[in-house]
Design a binder for this molecule. Sequence first.
Ligand SMILES: NC(=O)c1ccc[n+]([C@@H]2O[C@H](COP(=O)([O-])OP(=O)(O)OC[C@H]3O[C@@H](n4cnc5c(N)ncnc54)[C@H](O)[C@@H]3O)[C@@H](O)[C@H]2O)c1
Length: 255
Amino acid sequence: MQRFLHKICLVTGAGSGIGKATALAFGREGAKVVVADLDLEQAEQTCQALKAMQVEALAIAVNIAVRAEVEAMVKATVDRFGRLDCAVNCAGIAGPVSLPLHEYPDEYWHQQINVNLTGTWYCMKFELIQMLAQGGGNIVNLSSAAGLIAQPENSPYAASKHGVVGITKTAAREYATKNIRVNAICPTAIETPMIMEGRRKLAHNPEAKQAAINYQAMKRMGQPEEIAEIALWLCSDQASFVTGLAMPADGGALA
Ligand SMILES: NC(=O)c1ccc[n+]([C@@H]2O[C@H](COP(=O)([O-])OP(=O)(O)OC[C@H]3O[C@@H](n4cnc5c(N)ncnc54)[C@H](O)[C@@H]3O)[C@@H](O)[C@H]2O)c1
C-alpha cells in the first residue's frame, strides 16, 4: 500500500528505535522523508537505508530542545520539499537514573522536561505554522504509558509525557477546523536502544528484562515497527475522524 505517495513526512528521533522504524515505514509507503536527530551520524544511516529503497530522504541534525534548531529543521524541510504533510515527533530521552522524587537530581528533571516536553512543543509550534500556511497536516507525538499513569522512580519522565498528552489534546482542539489532526501514542516497553541500553539497561539485566516483558498482558515487549504502524495509521486518511487521541500501545498492560 502506498498511502503516503508524494507526501512529505518529517520524523524526529529518526536515527534510532521507533523514529527509525517510522521513517522507514513512511518510505515504504511512498513518502519523501526528513530524518531528524540529535545524532547526525545515526540520521545519515536511516537516510542511507531509505535511499537504498529509492526513497528521497534528507538527514537533518537537530536538538529539539533548542528553538532555533527546530525552526531551522522545519525551514530546511520546506526549502527542500516545498511543504510538510506529516510530522511524527519521536525524539525523547528517559533520563539516566531511577530514583524516588525526593532524591531525583534537579539537573535530570530539567533535561527531560526540556527535551521531551519543551522540545516536542517547539516541534509542534513550527510544524503547525507550516501546516496552517499550507492548509492542513498531521502530527503524531510519542508520549508513553507514563503519559497516562505513573512511572515510579522516573517522575520527570512521567511529568514530561503527561505534558505531551496535554499539548496533544489541546492542539487537537485548537486546529480541529483547520484540517490538522494531532494525536499521541502511549507505548509501554518497546524493544529499542532506549530501554535495552538506557536507564534500565535491560539488555544486561535478565531479571529487569523479564519484569518488563511480564508487564504486558501479552508477555512480550513491543517492536518499534508495531509503533510505526500506529503512527502511519494516525497520519493516514483512514484515521480522518481521529484527533486528540492518546492511544495506548501496551500489549494489554493498562487493561
Ligand atoms: N522504547 C520504549 O519502551 C518507549 C516507551 C514509551 C515511549 N517511548 C518514547 O518513544 C520515543 C522514541 O523512543 P525510542 O525507544 O525509539 O528511543 P531511542 O533512544 O531508540 O531513540 C530516540 C532518538 O531520539 C534522539 N534524541 C534524543 N534527544 C534528542 C534531542 N534533544 N533532539 C533530537 N533528537 C534527540 C536520539 O538521538 C535517538 O536517536 C521517545 O520519545 C520515548 O520516550 C519509548
